[in-house]
Design a protein around this ligand. Structure first.
Ligand SMILES: *Cc1c(COP(=O)(O)O)cnc(C)c1O
Length: 396
């Protein structure tokens, strides 16, 4: 087993040495006067990644799930309705969280492999004459199926029905890897985390909150303590934290933002598209199918790939791990046993992706899959060779 091998899970992602070193700092007093100089610029710079001028960045020491909880408890009251489509494990888990908080969750069931149904949202909102629905919840990138949804289309549908509901978006596995336009799409709360596109250790939930959502906070009745926006904003305003901050992650975040801006966000997005496209060329060469139903839904951060009839995707991912020391994503929920996932986000280059494709090919060949060794790798090589690479400048 070698820890030199990258992981091909869609988060947590590979941590570049530069970021591991940045997180390697001795304890500092977060009540000392200089903490504000460290933290305030991080919050300011994070806005650029969300694509916002209006939004407020709020972080908590938590994984992304804590960010979901914060979004709901700060802005809604028991019995409020929310509108959500279920098309994968992550949209499912956000639904579950809302139900456990006593919200009336109006669920639109969609096939796994499809995306957020803007037309069905429009119908449901138009039918809600009394405006009981307070928020529409959308998973931007459904990590279980490798589907990216069109948030701009959801916003258009909401505007067309002239409904005042807020728009909450889970961008945990898309932010800092695929374009995100908080202001342009009229998002009210976006939820992300440190361990995916930001290439850091897990432990910081990162939210962006609109003025409209902050206004909703004034009357929202769901209980919150640890995740209280107001406590966090008040403390942040004077450069502090309402409790002990995850200092090492804040240092990591500062360096991660530097790396992203050095590469250039547009280049970061172009690199993710390129890596994803290489994986898609390989998938086609193997004769396998993506779970995502159509090209407009293809995610640039994760590909979920059906195994052929009669094969078990868990046996494949287990074998890749046991025989070659490489992790791929297992099939989640409905996809368990049916599909495996290749995560291709964060600190990755063309060459690293080729190693993942070569590895999964060996694992498939070992298990007698009907594929030709090297076929997917060659397809990706041809693709990577033909374009102009925008290699990650400082992956080391
Ligand atoms: C990873 C992920 C989350 C957050 O999960 P945590 O394990 O709590 O960090 C939420 N939504 C999506 C789409 C994800 O990919």
């Amino acid at each position: 087993m070698s820890n030199q091998n990258p992981v091909f899970i869609p988060g947590p992602t590979n941590i570049p040495d530069r970021l591991r070193l940045a997180m390697q700092v001795q304890t500092q007093d977060h009540r000392a006067p200089d903490f504000v100089e460290t933290f305030a610029p991080v919050l300011e710079d994070t806005k650029k990644v969300f694509g916002t001028k209006e939004g407020k960045i709020i972080t908590f020491p938590a994984s992304g799930t804590g960010g979901w909880e914060a979004s709901v408890t700060n802005t809604l009251s028991p019995g409020d309705s929310v509108l959500v489509a279920r098309y994968g494990m992550f949209s499912h888990r956000w639904i579950d969280l809302c139900q456990r908080h006593g919200l009336d969750v109006r669920i639109i069931e969609c096939p796994w492999g499809s995306g957020a149904p803007a037309d069905k949202f429009a119908e449901a909102l138009a039918a809600d004459k009394e405006h009981k629905i307070k928020a529409v919840l959308v998973t931007h990138n459904e990590t279980a199926t490798g589907v990216r949804s069109d948030i701009g289309a959801v916003r258009k549908a909401m505007d067309a029905s002239d409904h005042p509901a807020m728009l909450f978006v889970d961008c945990v596995s898309s932010l800092a890897s695929m374009p995100f336009e908080f202001d342009g799409w009229g998002v009210d709360i976006a939820v992300s985390g440190s361990q995916k596109g930001f290439m850091l250790a897990t432990g910081m939930a990162i939210l962006c909150v609109s003025p409209k959502a902050l206004a909703a906070m004034e009357t929202a009745q769901l209980p919150r303590t640890f995740f209280d926006f107001r406590d966090m904003m008040n403390a942040n305003a004077s450069g502090g934290f309402p409790y002990t901050p995850p200092l090492q992650l804040i240092y990591g975040m500062r360096e991660s933002l530097k790396m992203l801006f050095e590469e250039g966000l547009d280049n970061v997005y172009a690199r993710h598209f390129r890596l994803a496209e290489g994986v898609r060329k390989a998938t086609a060469a193997w004769g396998l199918e993506l779970v995502a139903q159509s090209p407009d839904l293809y995610s640039d951060t994760v590909s979920a790939i059906y195994v052929p009839e009669g094969f078990d995707s868990n046996a494949l991912t287990d074998h890749a791990f046991n025989a070659y020391g490489v992790s791929f994503g297992i099939g989640l929920g409905e996809m368990n046993g049916k599909a495996f996932r290749i995560g291709h986000l964060g600190s990755l280059t063309d060459v690293m992706v080729l190693s993942g494709l070569a590895t999964i090919e060996m694992a498939m060949a070992d298990l007698d899959y009907p594929i030709t060794l090297g076929s997917g790798v060659a397809a990706a090589q041809e693709y990577f060779r033909s374009g102009s690479a925008t290699p990650m400048q400082s992956a080391a």
